[in-house]
Design a protein around this ligand. Sequence first.
Ligand code: ZN
Ligand code: ZN
Length: 68
Amino acid sequence: MEPTPEGKRRYADDAGHYRPARIPETRLACRCTESCAHPCLGRCGCAACLAAFEDWDSFGLLHSQDTA
Ligand SMILES: [Zn+2]
Ligand SMILES: [Zn+2]
């Protein structure tokens, strides 16, 4: 599956792909469009953004502002 042009912008480090922290040998193509939310959280069905969201959530980064 090829990343969309928007996916290549969002994941420019790996040409539109995201590598999940748990399975870094896997490259997920971002299928987001320009109308996608920022951050997308994978609600459009994009596996790359869903995996990225799960990684951020498991690292606790989404909640880091609560303790600041
Ligand atoms: Zn995406
Ligand atoms: Zn999306």
